[in-house]
Design a protein around this ligand. Structure first.
Ligand code: GLU
Length: 497
């Protein structure tokens, strides 16, 4: 039997984290089993479905690399088949015409509520004899079609939760075709899944209550029953159902924030699935190999933005520099444009040598968690000048006059070509300056980092010095000293004022 799975989003919003994870689990299962992955857009809610949402879902899947074998198919396109299936149920006696009006049903529900008892459809139209039912329909009385639910427990072996069962009497006869002729959700899903010969239905836990009804429909339609697997919910760190409040966004928003598709996929896979050992970083091939549905956890997964950042950082570090160069250039170009400048003005030579850019990316890629953060680390190696991050200034340039003096001393030592012979020499020079000043190495290294990078973090400072080269280091130190002198003067004035 070929594994045939589907992802069946409703195009009423963007592809969010939960949907993307459901898509991923289906895709991984299909790829691991040599099966078929199909996309069905459940667009029967005409009022809420939007073509731009369908497009966003397609773009999201595309960005993540979850390629389709079939589809997209549109549920609304199957409405005639859904109706035919509903009428087949009527013909076979699995469904009956229900003439109860919405008002009557509402009144009975209200009465049940007053009486403090639960409401369930009492099956009265199911007891009409065939002739009466037919005659009333014939006379033009509107009716819905309702499925006759047998008085027995309905269960299945869930791929994730194990044995599941709904006791007899917990489901009342339910509508499959409304009196206006529109098919009900559960019928459309079963009709479509049966038609597409879906072998495994893997979807969110929120559909568990639909499953017994769908199983009844499969049986009544005489269609082979697929296996069902219900993936636990994703919760925010506060234990509440995941929402925007927890920092969860549409999948494409993560792309725009500079996450890599590999990082996002890896993160999504670990939301509720575990390989059973302590491996965390997976590339796509590794996921396909390691994934198995029965290792999807039964308890809900917790969305942890910090973990996404960490994993994404691991993927950035593991990416070849040539792959990262393109987005880095794009980010710096966009920044230049925002400032009304060209990239050649803000970052001369960034595009001059692919090898040099690759070497710098290799040097800095260990720490950044997103592409913009990576670009921020690459930038100082090519920038015409650096902007000092206020936070770094506050932390490491607290005493401007003294820091200016330390940087002047460093500048003097680092003016020598010989200091740049290798990283060891650079280290000896910098430490030598600290020793002569009688301060710990950190007291010169941290301010030096701010001068070179404009920020408080960087790779090892001696490697940074070597990669920047003598000329750029000299210019950076001069600029920093000038900045600090102005600060020192302002401070002196403030004291005398
Ligand atoms: N359209 C449903 C949803 O977006 C999924 C239905 C299903 O997977 O059976 O939640």
């Amino acid at each position: 039997m070929t594994v045939r799975v589907r992802f069946a989003p409703s195009p009423t919003g963007f592809l969010h984290v939960g949907g993307a994870r459901t898509a991923l689990f289906n895709w991984l299962y299909a790829r691991g089993e040599g099966g078929v992955f199909l996309l069905r857009v459940e667009d029967t809610d005409r009022a809420r479905s939007r073509p731009e949402h369908t497009q966003a879902i397609l773009d999201g899947l595309d960005w993540l690399g979850l390629d389709l074998d079939e589809g997209p198919v549109f549920q609304a396109g199957g409405i005639d088949r859904h109706r035919e299936d509903a009428y087949r149920l009527l013909e076979q006696g699995a469904a009956y015409r229900c003439f109860c009006t919405a008002d009557e049903l509402a009144r009975r529900r209200e009465e049940a509520k007053q009486a403090g008892s639960g409401y369930g459809y009492d099956g009265r139209c199911g007891r009409l004899d065939a002739a009466t039912s037919g005659a009333r329909a014939e006379a033009g009385e509107p009716f819905a079609l309702r499925v006759r639910v047998p008085g027995e427990a309905i269960g299945w072996e869930d791929m994730i939760h194990g044995p599941m069962s709904f006791p007899a009497g917990s489901i009342d006869d339910f509508i499959v075709l409304r009196s206006d002729g529109t098919p009900v959700y559960n019928l459309a899903v079963v009709s479509d899944d049966a038609h597409a010969r879906i072998s495994h239905v893997v979807r969110g836990d929120d559909h568990i209550s639909n499953t017994p009804k769908q199983i009844l429909l499969y049986r009544a339609l005489g269609a082979p029953l697929p296996a069902f697997g219900h993936v636990p919910l994703i919760l925010g760190s506060d234990g509440k159902r995941l929402s925007k409040r927890h920092g969860a966004m549409s999948v494409l928003a993560y792309r725009d924030e500079g996450y890599l598709p590999e990082g996002m996929l890896n993160f999504l896979a670990l939301l509720g699935w575990s390989p059973g050992d302590d491996r965390e970083r997976f590339d796509v091939g590794g996921l396909v190999e390691a994934f198995s549905i029965d290792r999807v956890l039964r308890k809900s997964a917790v969305f942890d933005l910090d973990k996404l950042g960490w994993l994404n950082g691991r993927h950035i570090a593991a990416s070849p520099p040539a792959v990262l160069a393109h987005p880095v250039i794009g980010i710096l170009r966009a920044e230049a444009r925002e400032a009304g400048l060209r990239l050649a003005e803000t970052h001369p030579e960034l595009e001059a040598s692919a090898d040099r850019l690759a070497a710098i990316i290799d040097l800095v890629k260990e720490r950044p968690r997103t592409l913009p953060a990576l670009a921020r680390q690459v930038s100082p190696f090519f920038a015409a000048s650096v902007r000092y991050e206020p936070d770094a200034v506050r932390r490491f340039w607290k005493r401007p006059a003294e820091t200016a003096e330390h940087l002047r001393q460093l500048a003097a030592r680092l003016a020598e070509e010989a200091s740049f012979r290798d990283v060891e020499t650079l280290e000896a020079e910098v430490r030598g300056v600290a020793a002569r000043l009688g301060v710990g190495a950190g007291r010169v290294i941290n301010p030096l980092r701010v001068a070179l990078m404009g920020q408080a973090v960087s790779p090892g400072i001696f490697e940074v010095l070597g990669a920047m080269g003598r000329e750029r280091v000299r210019a950076r130190l001069e600029a920093a000293v000038r900045f600090l002198e102005v600060e020192a003067e302002a401070e002196a004035e403030a004291v005398t004022a």
